[in-house]
Design a protein around this ligand. Sequence first.
Ligand SMILES: *Cc1c(COP(=O)(O)O)cnc(C)c1O
Length: 385
Amino acid sequence: MAVSIEQARRDRPTPDVAPAPTSGKGMSLKFEIQPAANPTSEKDRAARLADPGFGRVFTDHMAIVRYDQAKGWHGARVEARANFPLDPALAVLHYAQEIFEGLKAYKRDDGGVNLFRPDANAKRFQSSADRMAMAPLPEAVFIEAVEQLVRIDRAWIPGGEGSLYLRPFMIASEVFLGVKPSAEYIFAVIASPVGSYFKGGPAPVSIWVSENYTRAAIGGTGAVKCGGNYAASLRAQAEAIEHGCDQVVFLDAVERRYVEELGGMNVFFVFDDGSLLTPPLGTILPGITRDSIITLAKDAGMPVREEAYTIEQWRADAASGKLKEAFACGTAAVISPIGKVCSASGDFLISGGAAGPVAMGMRKKLVDIQYGRAPDPHDWIKKVF
Ligand SMILES: *Cc1c(COP(=O)(O)O)cnc(C)c1O
């Protein structure tokens, strides 16, 4: 039976060549804007914005761009938020070829709207795509999709300490059960209004040291924002909850001693000499909040070390008083002080279990820049309005 070259290529079980980059960094696409025919009424929107929580309320629209090998990135649209038709053989459903991002739009006091470092999210999305053998999305298309969605759903951005959480993501959309990089992708952005993450200031979290599970190994996907990392972290997070803790902290996969990060946040340590320490990049997710904190700390003359730190040292430094604070950081919660560390070999407190001044001061600095209340010396803010 004759098999076309195209068929033979598609059916080859070994990994195909990675999709050729079809566009450079500067390339953008024209988005076709199709406003929702039945948007949420003002009254219903106000009701949902009153107490949105996190990740359950969504805006009326989504941005979507498609990729296939013949056309490259195409079909850029902003349209009513709707279900995706999912063929049961869609590649992502079987082999988890999926990546995502998370960033926020903040309403300024003058009514304008800020994005915080969207170019950094666009770059990280490209390196995630590269590691997952997915088609790289031009940075300009990523940023344009985010901005277009913020523009059309502007009315959904909460005021005060709330924000609009933006979730860009990409899925492998080829209908094929062979194990290879998908030949088709869907990139989309959805948006979810979120309230102040913590009512009345961030309460210190307790964390559980995972000794049964690891998050990432050298050469693996620890530095990639892919859904698979989260799927693999859920059992460890459940173990943390079983032990009465809020979050899990992972150790390195080789020696099982070095602190890596929480399930979805990076971690910092504050010492009595005023210096900061955070685990080095490699197997951890290169957080944009982490990077911003390093920059702001250095601006303020605080020494920052990106160095490995063991759980034994953490315990010893907490006991001796050398360690003053520890905190976790990420876009969603900004900064969460760590009040208590629990493990199979016993618990210990940090800063007496209370939120420390460095964590709180850093949090305020960052949030003030994000909301446009403080100068932006590093050009992190992109105004949408
Ligand atoms: C997204 C993420 C972070 C935080 O990154 P930010 O860019 O600061 O939001 C940290 N760890 C993991 C595993 C993440 O997925």
